[in-house]
Design a protein around this ligand. Structure first.
Ligand code: SF4
Length: 857
């Protein structure tokens, strides 16, 4: 079988994947050694892509309400309702909310339809939640949304500063590149993050800055560099515009301990080759754009940009956030890096031969859903995203969706929190079926190529857009036959950007053949240093921007904690795909509330018990994980769980809808909150072959080999018969302790389901029981006991999901003398595949060796 060269659909690293189809819906995955973004590496998510390509949970037919429909009926309905809405309420009553999961061709088609044909700017993307602040910072500083660095700069940097990024979890292959640079050339690492993450633990210096403390810190750092005579006066004079009063206005208060600040300043002073990578911790803030500019200011003022191993480097979260930015998928940009000046609008209108050109920007995500809520938007088409789960103040978003007269959802998944509000659902192609291009964080365009035939009636998103446009009477302008046709038009349109001196110039692809497109090799627009010859501003100079820290908020004493949200290493967004992988689910099977021990004690929370988090916008329940990685007064919860995967762990309902005033990006990282213990009458876990969604106070579900593991808790009586499947049932009960255990096997002795419940005691460990699901001869007696008759060594929590190695196995190897990640790998195979678990292995080694040393002293 020939491997197909394609691209990972998860994060913005944009790793190349060699995918070898091995069956109807199975594929062998390997990293593409020839792809410059990853040079053969893949993280745990990319490695386990093969576990996510089944058709489980897929939407395979158009649906009108709950009825299956054919494409013609569904598309007629969509186009008819859109036409009526425009006729009655005007073009701004229609909106598209799209996604960084779309391919560039999908994005281009949707943007052209909205801005050139419907006549509104109302197309925004979930990338608004992820990196809109970096976009705005680039435009303010450089005149265009250009990332001035590339991954090679990581290889040649002497100092890497990570701001608001748990890179080891969220951009793992970039992290491996950083680790390699540290090993090869001794690159120093500073991590600026309120949390002590696995990334921060590996740093030479971790600065646990207060939430939103970054602007003060970078301003103070710049003032210090000025004092030390390290500002590059020549570069500033020649290449930058500095606003009046900029230096005088630089506040001097860093907000961190003096010794830490001095250590940070010494590192920055000593290493001209500095790359500052920043991500959601910087962007998702009421001052996110200012944070980006504070970082860029430092690099411009020190001349540390446009040369190897130096520059401010925004990491995108999604696989094609950058492609969306290029074509105009953000409501605040027109197309191809053009804005909404009259000449730009006129040129785009002429290029598109647009009958109804929009006249200005549209509504950004949070404002868009507010407009849906108050009835200004009455037709909403959501493509490849799940705003009912992922938007801040998701309660209002749900109300908005429930009120909206027409909600159309194009998606790969049949049941998402958002799909439940759809009047029409349109089946879209998933990764492994799609055909087109994506752009990664370093501006590198790569192909996603199809591996499988289109399943059911699913279609490409761009084709669906064209089908609707055709029914609106605009078929000629949307008459593309292939994704190459769309890409060619987009590439030709970048001439409008190039004519204005912008860096986004794909015009050489404007006449590419189908063969050129098919054989496209990953390439980076703008080259390695796109801003090296001048900045795309009218005078060719970059702008330093005066920025000040956001005003301190008066805190509500009833909400004393600061809630931070973010990603887990092995899950992606709302888990519609990674949630299908048993391997990936082993890393975290439940959403955890991470809290410092002092706060846990103050609020009566116990490690491993349940707790309720309440904000002014909603509440959710999580399993408590006490950690000194959290600063006292701050808590952290993951963003991934939805109503489809649990009853009460949906974080979107907690987050405040405050946004950055420039970028419109929501401030997900700092919502006032309180916590309280949840004391259920009973706790249980349930194993089933099919996904369970029990009607109890708390449940969360995780994929395991052969089925699903659901954790439960609730009040009062529980209807066990409604939970466990039919079959040969064995049961034990201890009425004193309120213990019930039920095991159900089929006629052949295979385990079909099991329930373990307690009212006052402990539940057995899950891993051995879960493994019985993939055995053919389940032993009911052992299963009821919750353990094998012959005791087995406890492997502990799984550390390495690729090779199924537990924490106790790693610790045993360390005790036996393995004192490096490589040595542990040689002894146990942990960390020997994708490498995503290497940071935690390093921590286990360090902790064990430190304890041993202390004991010896
Ligand atoms: Fe995919 Fe992991 Fe690479 Fe991101 S780092 S693109 S998730 S393989």
């Amino acid at each position: 079988m020939q491997a197909v060269r394609t691209t990972c659909p998860y994060c913005g690293v944009g790793c190349g994947v060699n995918a070898t189809v091995t069956g109807a819906r199975s594929v062998k995955i390997a990293g593409d050694r020839d792809h410059p973004a990853n040079e053969g590496r893949l993280c745990s998510k990319g490695t386990h892509l093969g576990q996510t390509v089944s058709l489980e949970g897929r939407l395979l037919h158009p649906m009108i309400g709950s009825e299956q429909a054919d494409w013609d009926d569904a598309l007629d309905l969509v186009a008819g309702r859109m036409r009526a809405c425009i006729a009655e309420h005007g073009p701004d009553s229609v909106a598209f909310y799209v996604s960084g999961q779309l391919l560039t061709e999908d994005y281009y088609a949707a943007n052209k339809l909205m801005k050139g044909y419907i006549g509104s700017g109302n197309i925004d993307t979930n990338s608004r939640l992820c990196m809109a602040s970096a976009v705005a910072a680039h435009i303010r500083a450089f005149g265009e949304d250009v990332v001035p660095c590339s991954y090679e700069d990581i290889d040649t940097a002497d100092l890497i500063v990570l701001v608001g990024s748990n890179t080891a979890w969220c951009h793992p292959v970039t992290w491996q590149r950083i680790e390699q640079a540290r090993k090869r050339r001794g690159t120093k690492l500073v991590v600026i993050d309120p949390r002590r993450t696995e990334t921060a633990e590996r740093a030479d210096l971790h600065i646990a800055v207060a939430p939103d403390g970054d602007v003060a810190l970078f301003n103070a750092l710049l003032a210090e560099m000025l004092r030390r005579g390290l500002v590059d006066e020549g570069f500033l004079a020649e290449r930058c515009l500095v606003p009046d009063g900029f230096w005088a206005d630089l506040p001097d208060e860093s907000g961190i301990p003096e010794d830490q600040f001095a250590a940070f300043a010494d590192l920055v002073a000593a290493h001209p080759h500095t790359v500052t990578l920043f991500s959601q911790g910087a962007n998702q803030s009421i001052g996110g754009t200012d944070k980006g500019n504070a970082i860029i200011n430092l690099h411009l003022a020190m001349g540390r940009i446009n040369r190897p191993g130096a520059g401010p480097f925004s990491m995108t979260g999604q696989p094609n956030a950058m492609g969306g930015r290029e074509v105009g998928g953000l409501a605040s940009m027109l197309a191809c890096h053009l804005g909404f000046e009259p000449d730009e609008l006129a040129d785009a209108e002429a290029f598109w031969n647009a009958p109804n050109m929009c006249q200005g920007p549209g509504l950004k995500a949070v404002d868009m859903f507010r407009a849906v809520h108050d009835g200004r938007i009455r037709f909403l088409w959501i493509m490849a995203t799940n705003p009912a789960a992922s938007m801040p103040d998701a309660g209002i978003v749900r109300e908005a969706l429930a009120r909206c007269p027409t909600v159309v959802v194009s998606d790969v998944a049949a049941d998402t929190d958002t799909a439940r509000f759809a009047h029409v659902r349109l089946p879209a192609l998933a990764w492994g079926e799609k055909d087109g291009t994506v752009t990664n964080s370093e501006r590198r365009i790569s192909r996603q190529r199809p591996l499988f035939a289109e399943p059911g009636q699913a279609r490409a998103d761009w084709e669906i857009v064209c089908d609707v446009a055709g029914r609106m009477g605009w078929g000629e302008a949307f008459g593309w036959r292939t994704p190459a046709d769309v890409f060619r038009e987009y590439a030709a349109m970048t001439q409008l950007a190039a004519d204005r001196g912008k860096m986004l110039d794909l015009t050489s692809w404007g006449a590419c053949t189908a063969h050129d497109y098919e054989t496209m090799q990953p390439f980076r627009w703008g080259g390695a240093y796109p801003l090296g010859d001048g900045f795309p501003t009218p005078d060719g100079k970059a702008r330093l921007v005066s920025v000040t820290p956001p005003a301190r908020k008066v805190r509500d004493p009833g909400l004393p904690l600061r809630l931070n949200t973010g990603r887990y290493r092995d899950q992606w967004h709302t888990m519609t795909r990674t949630g299908l992988s048993a391997k990936l689910s082993t890393h975290r099977r439940e959403p955890l509330l991470e809290i410092h021990g002092n706060d846990a004690a103050q609020f009566g929370l116990k490690d491993g018990a349940l707790a309720r988090v309440t904000t002014a916008w909603g509440e959710a329940i999580y399993r408590v994980a006490i950690t000194d990685g959290q600063r006292p007064g701050e808590i952290f919860v993951p963003m991934h769980w939805t109503d489809a995967m649990g009853s009460n762990g949906r974080t979107g309902r907690l987050a405040q809808p405050l946004t950055d005033p420039v970028s419109g990006q929501p401030a997900f990282k700092d919502t006032p909150a309180r916590v309280a213990p949840v004391s259920p009458d009973w706790r249980a876990f349930l194993l089933t072959r099919e996904p369970a969604a029990p009607d109890v106070a708390y449940w969360t579900r995780a994929k395991v080999e052969g089925g699903w593991l659901t954790e439960l808790a609730g009040e009062g009586a529980i209807d066990l018969d409604a939970l466990v499947p039919a079959g040969h049932r064995s049961e034990v009960a201890d009425l004193v302790r309120g213990m019930r255990r039920i095991v159900v096997c089929d006629g052949e002795g295979s385990l079909m389901g099991a329930l373990y419940l307690t009212r006052s005691g402990e539940l057995p460990p899950r891993d051995w029981i879960v493994r019985q699901f993939s055995q053919s001869d389940a032993n009911s007696v052992e299963l009821l006991a919750g353990r094998p008759a012959a005791p087995q060594a406890d492997r502990g929590a799984i550390v390495c999901v690729c090779n199924d190695v537990g924490e106790q196995q790693v610790l045993a190897a360390v005790s036996a003398g393995a004192d490096s990640v490589g040595a542990v790998g040689a002894a146990t195979a942990a960390g020997a595949n994708c490498g995503s678990c290497r940071p935690i292995i390093a921590r286990l080694i360090e902790n064990t060796l430190t304890s041993a040393k202390e004991a010896a002293e």
